[in-house]
Design a protein around this ligand. Structure first.
Ligand SMILES: Cc1cc2nc3c(=O)[nH]c(=O)nc-3n(C[C@H](O)[C@H](O)[C@H](O)COP(=O)(O)OP(=O)(O)OC[C@H]3O[C@@H](n4cnc5c(N)ncnc54)[C@H](O)[C@@H]3O)c2cc1C
Length: 391
């Protein structure tokens, strides 16, 4: 039983059903439609889809490709990530709405008779026999299971019900998401734009830019207090080519707050229960790697769980496999948050020098391989080892 039909839950459901296990995925919403969620499918996820024989079909869905990422500071451009030099089959990030990706996984999983997806079914708690988790309580009644996988995201109900200890690593930033229409003569690539005191990340979504405006932790009320016109004026300095289009942000309802958290569980499991994806480790938006890690967790878990043995030893080995990549990626994110984002946000308005790390990355192409590798492939990439029964 998998609680949560996000990237981790849907990929795990697909892989276990593909290996012949009976899997039920519970998703509390009626569909996968969620705006401003992670929409980035990285080279490592495309590689997993390739190993499942699904990459070509997936890439026929409408998407845009991001091959490089540059930062702009004071009118100057600094290349920071270049995926084209990675030795991978798909050296780009496919930007595709998360609901299309999840619908695609659901469609592939439904080909297996042992797969069941129950939409509009919310896991509200755990069932126990002594210390052992034996199933989930849902809004439609209790459901017994040999193993419960909590893939219910960073506000996981099930990890709370299991009283698993959360290690909070702290985050000095929050993010405001909004969109602005895109024109053919706009800059051609995804872009990080920095000015002393403000940062915006712009992701090319075809007809529009999906934008993330970074603010200091808890500063939303301050930003709102200065008014929408002041907000649009700050944005106009960062993205002058779209200045007129900023009227499209007609009210604060068009701006969505992401409260950034970076945390992970000390122990990802207890008898009968395993946590994966954001439920095991909430990631910072830095690098946009949350989906990637969720998918990698699912692949690693399926590689170990497909035999149907769910002992504490096997659950422990899933954590052993995935904890190291999670730690390294979170350290990288904390470094970027502290060394670049916090410094730019607190810089004086007349600060003229771009952050040192930007200058370094733009100067040495070889150095740009480090963020490209962490973002595009991740630490310890997983490959599909679980077998396939006939669909
Ligand atoms: C605004 C925003 C922007 C982001 N941008 C990016 C990005 O650009 N790139 C990137 O890689 N990552 C991004 N992320 C992070 C990324 O979306 C997550 O890391 C990733 O989706 C985690 O996958 P998951 O399957 O672990 O959890 P989730 O995607 O959170 O999925 C959990 C699922 O469980 C369901 N659910 C929750 N509780 C229950 C319950 N009790 N019972 C049943 N179902 C339940 C939810 O409805 C959801 O469908 C972003 C996140 C946010 C919030």
């Amino acid at each position: 039983m998998v609680a949560g039909g996000g990237p981790a839950g849907m990929m795990l459901g697909l892989l276990l059903a593909r290996a012949g296990l009976r899997v039920t995925v519970l998703e509390k919403h009626a569909d996968f439609l969620r705006d401003f969620r992670g929409d980035t499918i990285h080279p490592s996820t495309l590689q997993v889809l390739h190993e499942l024989g699904m990459a070509d079909e997936f890439l026929r869905l409408r998407h845009t490709k991001v091959r490089q990422l540059a930062a702009a500071f004071g009118g100057r451009q600094f290349p920071i990530v270049d995926l084209r030099r990675l030795s991978v089959r798909y050296p780009f990030i496919a930007m595709i709405p998360q609901w299309d990706f999840l619908d695609f996984l659901a469609g592939a999983a439904r080909a297996y008779r042992s797969f069941e997806l129950r939409m509009q079914t919310e896991a509200t708690g755990l069932l126990f026999a002594g210390n052992r988790v034996t199933g989930v309580q849902t809004d439609a009644g209790p459901l017994a299971a040999d193993l419960v996988v909590a893939a219910d995201g960073r506000h996981s109900t099930l990890r709370a019900a299991a009283a698993l200890e959360v290690i909070d690593l702290g985050a000095p930033i929050d993010v405001l998401w909004f969109r602005v229409s895109r024109r053919p003569d706009d800059p051609a690539q995804a872009m990080v734009r920095l000015d002393p005191g403000s940062i915006v990340v712009m992701l090319d979504r075809g007809e529009y830019w999906q934008c993330a405006f970074v603010i200091a932790k808890g500063a939303l009320d301050q930003v709102k207090g200065r008014g929408l016109d002041a907000f649009r004026a700050t944005l106009a300095r960062l993205m002058p080519f779209a200045a007129e289009r900023l009227r499209e942000i007609a009210s604060w309802d068009h701006v969505k707050l992401l409260t950034v958290q970076v945390n992970r569980l000390r122990t990802w499991y207890r008898e009968g229960l395993l946590c994966l994806g954001d439920a095991a480790h909430a990631m910072s938006p830095v690098g946009g790697v949350g989906i990637n890690l969720a998918i990698q967790d699912a692949v690693a878990a399926a590689n170990l769980l497909w035999t149907g043995e769910f002992s504490a030893r096997v659950l422990r080995s899933v954590q052993d496999r995935r904890e190291f990549p999670t730690r390294v990626t979170q350290q990288f994110q904390l470094l970027v948050q502290e060394r670049i984002l916090s410094r730019v946000l607190s810089a004086d308005a007349d600060a003229a020098d771009p952050p040192f790390v930007l200058r370094l990355l733009s100067r040495f192409a070889l150095l740009r391989q480090i963020p490209a590798r962490i973002v595009g492939v991740g630490v310890r990439p997983e490959h599909v080892r679980s077998p396939a029964v006939t669909a």
